[in-house]
Design a protein around this ligand. Structure first.
Ligand SMILES: Cc1ncc(COP(=O)(O)OP(=O)(O)O)c(N)n1
Ligand SMILES: Cc1nc(C(=O)O)sc1CCOP(=O)(O)O
Ligand SMILES: [Mg+2]
Length: 228
């Protein structure tokens, strides 16, 4: 870790963020309470509320209700970006990107006992994420995505596998352009979880898509457990 990689990071907690499960399974990323409720009812146990570019006061009630839903279903509900509200309403966890890290009170999140997930897109970002000692590390974008404008190129499966090999003790999440037909190849890289937006929210039949995704990931976890 060079000073350059640490530059701009706020003061870091003295110990790692609270642990989460090594394999977070299917991880839908959605932008409404309706999606959260539907997907929790469909058996999803890890989920993220990702609402972009609103003022805290405009999203507080939605975030509070999402956290309550997550608690009711005993799910791992991560809040993207709005870390103050997530701490205030005691979410299971928070997801932050590299830019977000620069403006966040990481010690406050740690002290409040929330889990933290951090996005990475290349070697430098991965080194910076490891310095933070988060609960999981996300790796993206794996394939081209229509959901978000990305400043970098997709990392692809070879890079994904290489990156995962450097952080064997971390729960990992792959994100970006992952459609159902690509899930098996992504899982074969050793990732513990698959995050998706459009594979569910833009599917002609979201229930069927969710059931297929859950089943593909559970099958892989089952066969890994048998080999151990
Ligand atoms: C699981 C997961 N991985 C990556 C991201 C992207 O986070 P970030 O880089 O902060 O970008 P925005 O989502 O805030 O636009 C994510 N949200 N979830
Ligand atoms: C929100 C987000 N973050 C990414 C990253 O690489 O950090 S890719 C992405 C969008 C993922 O959507 P879809 O599954 O529809 O491609
Ligand atoms: Mg963000």
């Amino acid at each position: 870790m060079t000073n350059n990689q640490l530059a701009g990071l706020p003061p870091l907690p003295d110990s790692p963020f609270l642990a989460t499960d090594k394999k977070l399974g299917l991880y839908p990323v959605v932008d409404t309470l309706e999606w959260i409720e539907r997907l929790l009812n469909a058996g999803v146990t890890t989920i993220q509320l990702r609402i972009k570019d609103c003022k805290d006061e405009d999203v507080e009630q939605t975030i509070k209700q999402a956290i309550e839903l997550g608690r009711r279903f005993n799910a791992r509900l991560f809040i993207n970006d709005y870390w103050r509200l997530a701490v205030k309403h005691r979410a299971y966890g928070i997801h932050l990107g590299q830019e977000d890290l620069l403006t966040t009170d990481l010690k406050a999140i740690h002290q409040a006992g929330l889990r933290l997930g951090v996005s990475t897109h290349d070697d430098n970002e991965l080194a910076r994420a490891v310095a933070v000692r988060p609960s999981y590390i996300a790796l993206g974008h794996i394939f081209p995505t229509q959901t978000k404008d990305m400043p970098s190129a997709p990392q692809g499966l070879t890079e994904l596998k290489r990156h995962i090999a450097t952080i064997p003790d971390y729960p990992t999440v792959a994100i970006g352009g992952i459609s159902i037909d690509k899930v098996a190849d992504v899982l074969a890289c050793g990732v513990g979880s698959i995050a998706v937006v459009s594979a569910i929210t833009k599917a002609p039949d979201w229930r069927k898509a969710t059931a297929e995704l859950l089943s593909l990931i559970e099958q892989k976890d089952g066969s890994d457990a048998q080999r151990q």
